[in-house]
Design a protein around this ligand. Sequence first.
Ligand code: SAM
Length: 279
Amino acid sequence: MSDAVLYVVATPIGNLADITHRAVEVLQSVALIAAEDTRHSGRLMAQFSIKTPMISVHDHNERQRVTTIINKLSEGENIALISDAGTPLISDPGFILVRAVREAGFKVVPIPGCSALITALSAAGMPSNSFIFEGFLPAKSLARRQQVEVIADETRTVIFYESTHRIVASLKDMMTVLGADRYVVIARELTKTFETIHGAPLGDLIEWIEQDHNQQKGEFVVLVSGAPEKEDTGFSSETLRTLDILLQELPMKQASALTAKLTGEKKNALYQVALERKG
Ligand code: SAM
């Protein structure tokens, strides 16, 4: 067994000056760079005079590439993994490769740097001690709303990635589920020329972004403030979630009765909770 290393190297999310000295050193010194898109990464390589050969490792060939890369490591060649932007594996390819390389007994060394979610969180002014990252929401509206329902009662800050094509539709689906008052920050084009970090209740945020087409362009991190802590009702979060979903569609009596049937809880007690939740 050779002691070759797979380096997992973070690259900038826009501003090339954000690359670390260590990342450049590693990319210059390894035998091979496994890049998500070799053409895309060509610009970075040219900027820092990195002449190391590259192979592509993306969502559609990652499994096949595992064998090639493990063979090269076995021959004693160090390899670096990069993605198009930010930290590999964070909503990017690399998980299958990293797991296989570790299982094969080789060392995997992270070279830390940018990630859009941490960059956004550091400047959004949202609670940041504890948060959850959900990656991209589904492309279709129904699935997207269902996914947002899952985090509707989450009390921690929830972070999503979003693209220019879906930002408005996603914010609208969030408003359908979370209401117009939920405070949301969007962090657009971080580290780039048109960097914008803007926060408002969802209703106002949607109005703002719809009025200015330029604000819909580019790459987005969406940070949703956590739901307020609910007082202890004595019911499990699953029961309360069922009740909340049914309350969106049905009168309180029916919603409570149906939740009681589904969960085996008492109808009257659920009705009291429904009254409180409807304010
Ligand atoms: N691996 C990357 C990371 O560590 O952040 C994320 C890759 S993911 C395929 C691309 C998404 O990340 C974009 O659609 C956007 O949601 C977010 N993103 C990447 N760069 C960004 C930037 N400069 N500003 C805002 N969001 C960005």
